[in-house]
Design a protein. Structure first.
Ligand code: 5GP
Ligand code: ZN
Length: 114
C-alpha cells in the first residue's frame, strides 16, 4: 500500500461517507463541503492527476462520467444542474494527488478565478 490518502479511503483504512462503489470507482462525501452536495469521485486505480491520464488508463475516466450521470439521474438535487471539477497541480489548488472529480450540486453556482 502506498501513502496516498485516497487509496487509504478506498481500502477502508480511513473512514469516509460512501455514496457509491463499484469495481472501478469509489464516491464519497468531501470532508469540507462547499455546496449542499459535495462528493468526490475517484478511480480505485491510483492515478495522481489529469496529466497522468493516457491511453492505457483513460477508460476509467469515461466510466467516472457514466457514474456521475447515473448518480445525477438518481438524486433530485441534480435536476437543475450541477458542476464537476478536477483540479490539476499547484495553480489549480490540487492538494490530494490521487485524481478526483468534485461533484457539486444543490445550489446555483457563480463562476470566477480567484
Ligand atoms: P483538491 O484540493 O485536491 O482538489 O481536493 C481535495 C479534497 O479532498 C478537498 O476538497 C478536501 O476537503 C478533501 N479531503 C481531504 N482530506 C479528506 C479526508 O480525509 N476525507 C474526505 N472525505 N475528504 C478529504
Ligand atoms: Zn491513491
Amino acid at each position: 500500500m502506498n501513502d496516498c490518502l485516497f487509496c487509504k479511503i478506498i481500502a477502508g483504512e480511513i473512514p469516509s461517507t460512501k455514496i457509491y462503489e463499484d469495481d472501478k470507482v469509489f464516491v464519497f462525501a468531501d470532508i469540507n463541503p462547499i455546496a449542499p452536495i459535495h462528493w468526490l469521485v475517484i478511480p480505485k486505480q491510483h492515478i495522481a492527476k489529469i496529466t497522468d491520464v493516457n491511453e492505457d488508463n483513460s477508460a476509467v475516466i469515461s466510466h467516472i462520467y457514466e457514474v456521475i450521470a447515473k448518480l445525477a439521474a438518481e438524486h433530485d438535487e441534480f435536476k437543475d444542474g450541477f458542476r464537476v471539477i478536477s483540479n490539476c497541480g499547484e495553480n489549480a489548488g490540487q492538494t490530494v494527488f490521487h485524481i478526483h472529480f468534485h461533484v457539486l450540486a444543490g445550489a446555483k453556482f457563480g463562476w470566477s478565478v480567484d
